[in-house]
Design a protein around this ligand. Structure first.
Ligand SMILES: Nc1ncnc2c1ncn2[C@@H]1O[C@H](COP(=O)(O)OP(=O)(O)O)[C@@H](O)[C@H]1O
Ligand SMILES: [Mg+2]
Length: 147
């Protein structure tokens, strides 16, 4: 059974708070599949994860390099699949190896490799709402999450 939770974010701070909140709820390894259009807040959310993990290096979308790794209080692997066509491309890249990390693996443009994600992955859907700073974020998780 999948558990679904929707929040509205009205600022970068709200989106960072959600990242912090999720890290608190899930103390172990976690794979996060991030969906949503350009500018919907996926990278912003990963920046929130990084801040909560005490990473002070700047976090930018690894659009050209595809993967950035950071060492915080837990390891953070940030993947961006924007430039890939499909999961075959992702397989060729050795994507699945990142799912075995004992830290946090956050993947932007997750729909490019939908079928590769482990069953335990938490999917987050980012949507831009009217108003410059409003976003709807829907979480879909195999385990229950508190709002
Ligand atoms: N509530 C919000 N949550 C996340 N980002 C927001 C919010 N309000 C405004 N923004 C801005 O929207 C942009 C989101 O960009 P980014 O995180 O790079 O999106 P994506 O990675 O999905 O393309 C940033 O410039 C951020 O400052
Ligand atoms: Mg991005």
């Amino acid at each position: 059974m999948l558990h679904e939770l929707t929040i509205e974010s009205h600022s970068v701070g709200d989106t960072h708070k959600l990242a912090r909140h999720l890290l608190k709820q899930v103390p172990g390894p976690m794979v996060l599949a991030l969906h949503g259009d350009l500018g919907s807040g996926k990278t912003c959310f990963v920046q929130g994860l990084a801040a909560a993990l005490g990473i002070d290096r700047p976090v930018t979308s690894p659009t050209f390099t595809l993967v950035h790794e950071y060492q915080g209080t837990r390891p953070l692997i940030h993947v961006d699949l924007y430039r890939l066509r499909d999961s075959l491309d992702a397989l060729m890249l050795g994507m699945e190896e990142y799912f075995d990390s004992n830290g946090i693996t956050a993947v932007e443009w997750a729909d490019r490799a939908e079928d590769l994600f482990p069953a335990g992955a938490i999917h987050l859907f980012f949507e831009t709402l009217p108003g410059a700073h409003s976003r709807r974020i829907t979480l879909r998780s195999p385990m229950p999450l508190k709002g």
